[in-house]
Ligand binder design. Structure first.
Ligand code: SF4
Length: 208
């Protein structure tokens, strides 16, 4: 490791009722620990990207976590869960299962950056159908959508992948989708393209 090298870390306030809420203490701590020269970027996926000196990664991460922030790798990984604001309440909108899902999926190395969305009801205000994988809570079960494409001039909504899943089924199914993408993608193949190539039916069989 050379002195002066930097790396990006992704910082998030975690999954909670009210959405991605940073507290004044969070922001003070980020400002205090990362140094005056640090670049801090607001991404489109509810993470702050913070540039830090490589040699201080562990101590910076520890200080950020001490005030309740979550720290993830940046780049070619699955992002932390892009969840809604849980306006229907913690239980009705499923904040606990969203946290469990986030812990399972955030930071897995993937062929391209993977965005996984979660909405606590069918109003879907977190735009789950414009994510690579979108989860929508429908009363007591969950529907999964895959292959949303929000960028470029060929935008496409994700297709329904599975519906009526229980809480217990949700995380294993999503992990199997990610695992299959990791092992079968050709180079840096985009997730939506990958689904088009391997077909939705094959992916459904693998994930079931
Ligand atoms: S998806 Fe539903 S529960 Fe979540 S913030 Fe939007 S309206 Fe509220």
């Amino acid at each position: 490791m050379k002195m002066g090298e930097t790396l990006l870390i992704a910082v998030s306030p975690g999954i909670q009722v009210g959405g991605a809420l940073f507290t004044p203490k969070h922001l003070q701590t980020i400002g205090a620990v990362v140094g005056e020269e640090a670049r801090i970027e607001m991404t489109t996926f509810k993470q702050l990207y913070v540039e830090i000196p490589v040699e201080r990664r562990e101590s910076i991460q520890a200080e950020l976590e001490l005030v309740g922030l979550e720290v993830y790798p940046a780049g070619f990984v699955s992002k932390s869960l892009i969840a809604c604001n849980f306006c229907k309440g913690a239980e009705e909108a499923g904040v606990e299962i969203a946290r469990t899902l986030n812990q399972a999926i955030a930071g897995i190395e993937t062929p391209t950056p993977l965005k996984i969305g979660y909405a606590g009801c069918a109003l879907g205000t977190s735009e789950p159908l414009f994510k690579d994988i979108g989860v929508v809570k429908m009363r007591n079960t969950f529907d999964i959508y895959v292959g949303g494409e929000p960028r470029g001039i060929k935008v496409a909504a994700a297709q329904l992948f599975m519906s009526g899943l229980s809480e217990e089924q949700l995380v294993p199914v999503i992990l199997r989708i990610i695992d299959y993408y990791k092992t079968e993608a050709k180079g840096k193949e985009k997730f939506s393209k990958f689904i088009g190539r391997v077909t939705l039916e094959t992916l459904q069989q693998i994930a079931a």
